[in-house]
Structure formats: structure tokens, C-alpha cells
Design a binder for this molecule. Sequence first.
Ligand SMILES: Cc1ncc(COP(=O)(O)O)c(C=O)c1O
Length: 396
Amino acid sequence: MIPSVLPTYTRAPLHFVKGEGTWLVEEDGRRFLDLGSGIAVNALGHAHPALVAALTEQAGNLWHVSNLYEIPQQQALADKLVAATFADTVFFTNSGTESCELAVKMARKYWYDKGQPEKTDIIAFEGAFHGRSSAGIAAAGSEKMIKGFGPVLPGFKHVPWGDHDALHAAIDEATGAILIEPVQGEGGIRPLPDHCLKGLRELCDEKGILLILDEVQCGMGRTGRLFAHEWAGISPDIMMVAKGIGGGFPLGAVLATEEAASGMTAGTHGSTYGGNPLGCAVGCAVMDHVADEAFLSDVNRKAGLLRQKLESLVAAHPEVFEGNRGMGLMLGLKCKLPPADLVRAGYDALVITVPAADNVLRLLPPLTITEDEIGEAVARLDTAAGAVTPSASSPV
Ligand SMILES: Cc1ncc(COP(=O)(O)O)c(C=O)c1O
């Protein structure tokens, strides 16, 4: 018999009932160190007092009105995002997937309105993840995601990650945009080197193509800058945001330049919940913390410490780990064993991690993790690695 919850997820037998900062409490009382943050969502950890205050205050006043009316919290959050980024304008969504939908629509409408309706194609990269809608799976293009869900939305081309020649060869008269994650998340924490992102910007300018960045996972302070592309000193035309922007409240956004957004006039797009007062009140509180330079420099300092400790962890377990990679507090341990084995061993050691493709174990702790917690987290990862070490676990 089919379960009452549609069985699309493989779930660990854990029932968390409370979150406090970097800690998750299981219903049996066990306390887990959370290095997953609900897959890069809880940027300020669990039950951050400023977010609880923003949510409860708003909840006591007004939960929802339609986008038929002015929403001051939405305006305030858009103003903060515009002030802190390349963007001139923002549309609010409820998730990364919806941000992908709009990014695709916005690019196509741009070219349509410019009198070049043939420029519908978007070039994306192998190993990417952009969500699970029809546009999201077509954008990622992986066999695993699209199999059985055809016909696949047309207008996407895929080139191997880091293959410049393939990228150049893929560009033609129909190319309207290039879509890329500055750091691939689900693909295995693969950062795009700064010079490649710069090169991509130059290529887009030269060929007259829009650059769409997917910063759903790597944005909102995760890499130690408000958005990851800032490290390369470039800016996109359109950017997808979600996850950390709501700190755990379902919220997403598409940020764009005035030029790229020029086709999105009244009536061309909309959302019932997108930008609702509750989500935007929380989003404003998240932005007030994460966009602060002192907060970001603290993220960088802690990231350096964690990276250093991970180097020692990798050196101590050569049978388990090949190395570590990533940016800021978006880190991956490249494993010699299936990362799912380590995730499970982590549960026994009371530390939460997330698997990714390319045999990578993802570490995405709350950006508020403390130095002591970093030490404790790596000690627990050490225990987990010891438990899966082939020589230690094989019978003598
Ligand atoms: C880079 C990236 N884009 C898009 C998405 C889709 O976001 P959501 O699950 O909020 O729809 C994700 C989710 O993991 C993501 O990591």
C-alpha cells in the first residue's frame, strides 16, 4: 500500500523535534551537530532569536495578503537586496525551482521583446542542479532526473563542466543565455575558478548573451561573500536565489538588472505566496545579519579554521578521504567510499552531513557555527571516518 506521504524520499530514521543554533535534538534526546543546515537553508542556525522575533511579530499582525496589494515587508527586502547587489529589481518566489522558472522565462522574454525571438536556448552544465520542475530538470539535463518525465522542455544544451571548447562550440544564433552555479552543490561542491567566471562574463558580453547565475545553494553568505560571484569581481544579468535567504522560511528570489528584466511587465508573471509578509519579514532579518561585512569576515575566519581541521582529518584517514574542496562554509570531502556510508556513520557519531554527487560528502554548517563547535564537529567526523575505515572494520 502506498504510504500516506508520497514515497519520493529516502529518509533516515531520525525525528528531530527541536533546533538550537548548530544543534538538532532528536525525540529520544540525542543532540546532533548539524553540518547540513537543511541543505544550506538554516544560514543563521536553528531558532535564531532575531528570526523568531521577526516571524512571531509579523505573525501577530498579518500573515498574507495578495500581490494585488502593496506589501511593505516585500518592498523592504527588495530594497535591501538591490542596495547590496548588482540587481536593480527583485521578484520573490517560494523556492529555488520557482526562481529557475522565472530566470528562464525572463531570459526568453528579453530576447522576444528585443525582436530576436529565436534566441530561446540556454546553455547549462553537466552536473548542475536547478530544481525539479519541468524547466529545472530540462536545465540540468541529467538522465536520472528526466527519465520518464518526457517530453523534456526544449531549448537547453549541456556542456561538460570546465570544457571551454565545448562551450564555445555550443553557442549559436539561438543562444539566449548561459546558466551556471558558481559552485555546483548537488554536483559535488565544484567551485568554478574565478578566472573561468570572469571569462564566462566576457564571453557573454562579446556574444551578446545573458549570464544567469544559480546562487540558490552558494549564495547568501555561504562562500564568505554575500554572493559567490563577488569573489570573481563580476556580476550576472539574472540571478536565482533561495534556501538561505529565508533562513528556513520558504522564500526565494530572482534578482536582475533593469535591462535583463525589461520584458517582465505587468501581467507577465506572478505568484500567490511569493513575497508574502511572513517570508519577507524573516528575509529582512536574515539580510540584516548576512549582508553585514563583520558577519561575512567571521564566516571567512571560521571557514579557514574548518578547512585547516579538514586537512588534518583527510590526512588521518587516507583510506576514507581523497581530499577536501569548496569555498567558505560550502565544503566537500571527496571520499574513497560511498559518501552515504559516512553520512550513516555520522548519525551514529551524532553529526549531520549531506551526500552529493562525485563521491563527495557535503558540509554546509550554519554560518553561525562557533569555533568550539567546529572542533567538536571535526572530532565527530573523525569518529565517523574511523567507523567506516576498511582496515578497521574488516574482520582480522
Ligand atoms: C543550485 C540549486 N538550484 C536550485 C535548487 C532548487 O531549489 P528548491 O529545492 O528550493 O526548489 C537547488 C536545490 O537544492 C539548488 O541547490
